[in-house]
Design a protein around this ligand. Structure first.
Ligand code: CMX
Length: 152
């Protein structure tokens, strides 16, 4: 495998778009209903991720053909959940921003080479089987930055 990506300054060919922003919510159904009745957005995908301690919904406009970023509503599965801790500490609200990559391994190598801290040594499984990792908020200007490589 080529190591060329270690020598580039900006890995623009690997980071393709803003995928979603994640909002911590105490009540998933109530949050879905708020976006339906106020914005007309619908729930396109819902799943439980035990490892991440969340039940989540990906919401967006009904017609996704003109697709921009979506909103991920994140409710805690239990008190030990990252989302439960976030809500306890800061209250409900914006918890993360997620950028999409087409090459998670190359991007993570590049970030580590810059001294940027990633939360996981190896990507974990996120929404719809995507490979995910996170940049620590202290290394990303106070934003918890998720990276996602969608499943093929
Ligand atoms: N956004 C911005 N800053 C955050 C943050 C967030 N979501 N969460 C924590 N921080 C800040 C804290 O305020 C703290 O800052 P100060 O030291 O100035 O107070 C600092 O980061 C470290 O906080 P901490 O208390 O040491 O660590 P936490 O226990 O709060 O954990 C983190 C923080 C990022 C390691 C944890 O939230 C994590 O592992 N996140 C990744 C997993 C995740 O978020 N899963 C849910 C979503 C799943 C999905 O998207 O699929």
């Amino acid at each position: 495998m080529s190591n060329d990506y270690l020598h580039i300054d900006i890995p623009h060919e690997y980071v393709t778009c803003l995928d979603h922003v994640g909002i911590a919510v105490p009540d998933l159904d109530a949050a879905i209903e708020w976006y339906r009745s106020n914005m007309g957005w619908v729930n396109h995908h819902q799943e439980t991720n035990e490892e991440q301690g969340v039940v989540e919904a990906m919401i967006g406009p009904k017609d996704l053909s003109d697709r921009g970023g979506m909103i991920q509503l994140l409710a805690p599965l239990n008190e030990a959940s990252t989302i439960a801790k976030f809500i306890d500490k800061k209250g409900p609200g914006l918890q993360q921003m997620c950028l999409r990559t087409n090459n998670m391994d190359a991007l993570c190598e590049h970030l580590r080479a810059q001294g940027t801290r990633l939360l996981y040594d190896a990507p974990k499984i996120g929404t719809g089987g995507a490979r995910i990792n996170f940049v620590h908020p202290k290394d990303a200007g106070g934003v918890l930055l998720e990276l996602t490589e969608p499943a093929q």
